[in-house]
Design a protein around this ligand. Structure first.
Ligand SMILES: Nc1nc2c(ncn2[C@@H]2O[C@H](COP(=O)(O)OP(=O)(O)O)[C@@H](O)[C@H]2O)c(=O)[nH]1
Ligand SMILES: [Mg+2]
Length: 491
């Protein structure tokens, strides 16, 4: 068999950062066999040590033998190609592509270059979920068919992981191409399917299981309903295949090397059905162009896609979801909602303060609209999830709550403004009284000065001066204190 695996996304030992080996990628995708043909990228992703590379080698075999009836070849030949049966230690995270693109002719006569991609993530929640998310998201974005390799069953955890990958992938894709947000085909491949008596092995059983699992019903928790709705919207096509067990020799025998005759017969029979479902020319799914809607992508565009997505991921590494997406979106949204609400109040206060007195209702309303706009813009800017309502319903819901809180709080401003108007009327009356006293004092003073017997009128003069000056000081003080009370009530 010609060809070999080529690492194209690798983790550098010292920094543990991912690097794209662009030259290696170009050596495959800009190969003359690919030319400007549409490409079909079939990738496999999922937890490690669950037979992904083993499956990829069967796909390589199918392609190398051009899908002939006897594509599985000699039953006593060891299975070679992508490195498989690796030990528990030393698993590295990354992406390998088969060095040879395989050209198939579709029934329409169109030639398609098939690229096979093997990926590796450890899916260990504690240490490297970020890395696995990165690899899975990049796989979803760059392939036309992703095989999501699972063991025994499809669990809620598996769906949640998928949601994490999709969400992150959507985020990356939206910053590149606003118009298309769907991934292409996803095949849930359940290895060692546990319940063949209830749901038979194969495509049909898989279809029934997938339908049952993905159906949204009211008994499910809202978060579980969201996952199901989200997955349906994220992929153009969802399929499921239930595989029988590989056979005990693969587990037990030290010298197991993947020969066909060491595998369970039922497993081989199902591989003969599954692999053509992915690779027979009539079933090939062309990778769609991100730039030209409805057009297939070429090798050249795929190189650009890898380069761009790697750059986006590098930039957004800080927001890479490390745990369940919903929790993260909720935390971020609540936080930014709080910040935006405080901003609304500060903006209102400073606008009102600059006027220093009660306001016409029309002014107060326009201050409210402007401050509200400032707060919502701040929320949308600070919360990256608020920009994608389709994937992050929670962020949109929290924005609604923010709007409600702001509108409700505005009512206290209206109420206080009304009270302030009344206070101002009241204080005007008080000022009139103080003003009256001042005038009386001044008159008395004048009378005292004019009277010749200064001794007897001395206390009258002193009182008049005192009252007059207090009255004059009281004018700005009264206005200031009314305004301070207004602001205090507004908070
Ligand atoms: N139980 C089980 N083991 C499998 C299956 N396919 C392959 N294996 C075994 O799983 C081990 C890991 O295989 P590998 O392809 O390296 O897994 P990867 O880490 O997911 O790429 C090998 O020992 C294989 O023999 C399967 O369908 N079921
Ligand atoms: Mg592997």
């Amino acid at each position: 068999m010609s060809g070999h695996p080529v690492p194209i996304v690798v983790q550098t030992n010292d920094s543990l950062k991912f690097e794209l080996d662009e030259d290696a990628l170009k050596s495959i995708l800009l190969n003359s066999a690919v030319g400007d043909k549409p490409v079909c990228v079939v990738a496999v992703a999922g937890a490690f040590r669950q037979g992904k590379s083993f499956l990829m080698n069967l796909l390589v075999k199918y392609c190398a033998n051009k899908g002939s009836a006897n594509w599985l070849g000699n039953p006593s030949q060891p299975l070679e190609g992508f490195v498989w049966r690796g030990g528990i230690d030393g698993e590295t995270t990354g992406i390998n592509i088969w060095s040879e693109p395989f050209v198939f002719t579709k029934p329409t006569g169109e030639k398609v270059a098939v690229i096979l991609m093997d990926t590796q993530g450890t899916f260990d929640f504690k240490t490297s979920m970020q890395d696995s998310t990165f690899i899975f998201a990049l796989t979803l974005l760059t392939s036309s068919v992703t095989v999501y390799n699972l063991m025994n069953n499809i669990r809620e955890d598996d769906l949640m992981n998928l949601q994490t990958f999709c969400t992150f992938g959507t985020l990356a894709q939206n910053s590149i191409n606003q118009n298309s947000c769907a991934f292409q085909k996803l095949l849930f491949l359940v290895r060692d399917w546990n319940f063949p008596r209830q749901y038979p092995y194969g495509h049909q059983g898989g279809k029934t299981v997938l339908k049952r699992i993905l159906t949204v019903n009211e008994d499910q928790e809202p978060a579980h309903q969201d996952i199901r709705e989200g997955l349906g919207k994220s992929f153009e096509e969802l399929e499921c295949y239930l595989m029988p067990h590989i056979g005990m020799r693969a587990i037990r025998d030290e010298d197991f090397d993947g020969q066909l005759n060491q595998l369970d017969e039922e497993f081989v029979e199902h591989m003969k059905l599954l692999v053509p479902r992915l690779l027979a020319p009539e079933n090939l799914v062309e990778k769609l162009s991100a730039a030209q809607s409805g057009q297939p992508a070429t090798g050249e565009e795929l190189v650009r896609l890898f380069r761009t997505y790697m750059a986006v991921f590098r930039e957004r590494r800080a927001v890479l979801p490390t745990t369940l997406v919903q929790i993260m979106v909720r935390v971020k949204s609540d936080e930014t909602c709080k910040m935006a609400f405080e901003l609304y109040k500060r903006t209102m206060d400073s606008k009102i303060e600059s006027r220093g007195r009660s306001l016409e209702d029309s002014f107060l309303n326009s201050y409210h609209s402007e401050s509200k706009r400032v707060a919502i813009t701040a929320y949308n800017t600070a919360n990256q999830y608020a920009r994608n309502n389709a994937s992050f319903a929670t962020a949109a819901e929290v924005r609604e709550i923010l709007v409600m809180n702001i509108d409700e709080h505005f009512r206290t401003y209206v109420q206080k403004n009304d009270e302030m108007k009344l206070d101002e009327v009241g204080s005007r009356s008080r000022l009139y009284i103080l003003g009256g006293l001042a005038v009386a004092g001044a008159t008395a003073l004048r009378a005292g000065v004019l009277t010749a017997s200064g001794v007897s009128l001395g206390p009258v003069v002193a009182t008049a001066v005192g009252v007059g000056s207090v009255a004059l000081k009281a004018v700005p003080w009264a206005a200031k204190s009314i305004y301070a009370r207004f602001l205090q009530r507004g908070r």
